[in-house]
Design a protein around this ligand. Sequence first.
Ligand code: ZN
Length: 274
Amino acid sequence: MSLNSFGCPISSEKEYRDGMEEERSDSTKLPGYDSSGLWFLASHFNHSCLPNASRSFIGNFMIIRAARDLVMDEELTMGYVSPGISGDECQKKLSHWGFKCDCKLCRTNRTIPKKRISLQHDLQTIFSTSVQWRTSLTLPQSALDKANRILNALEETYVSPAETQPRLPLFAPLLGLARVYANLNRPRDVITTAIKALLALGFDCSGPRVLRWGLLLHRVVETFLQLAQAYGAIGNNEHRDQGLRFARISYAMLVGESVTFDEVHPGGVPFWMG
Ligand SMILES: [Zn+2]
């Protein structure tokens, strides 16, 4: 039972909303599930650290959607563990199913360069110690310059392309910076930064249009909404509509349906702007 059952929320939409609320209230709930169950067909899925399918729940329905374009006869894979957990922790969790993952990503994540760890720490310091960031979502220009310099240096610590080794430590800070630029009414900087955030997850984009999907995280939806808002602000309505379209598609991949999208993101704005 413990090998084949799935932990699940009451609905993935609720889980998505709860995630936004936690961020809004700056609280972190201990990870856990509302329920669990057995889905016979789905229990046959193998694990991948870069899965090509995404599962979501509505009550006792499990919905599986492609999380990227698939080639004919490609095996569908799911993540048994959350993306982004460290190499050792990932192996420890996977040992529950009696195997070690030896994919390219796990092999490269086995040794994290010291320089990357120290740069991540520097970046965290900027965001955690800035009162302005915490209270008004702004940062002084000197802090913005410093954050951008660290992010560039952090990117240089990666050798493999983001498609095979997503640069997760870059994603949240880049999205944070995009929020600051949006708040400072600098839409062109929002666009550059939000696209960099998607590239860090292995996406390939032309403007807001996805040419290749990358690692699908909940906040990918917000990234597309941020892009849509910024393109709207510079009068590029075609790109604004594309951004909204990809926000809706990624929402459906994560939540299982898109009918609640307009209710969850009224007016197509990121939650923190609402
Ligand atoms: Zn792996």
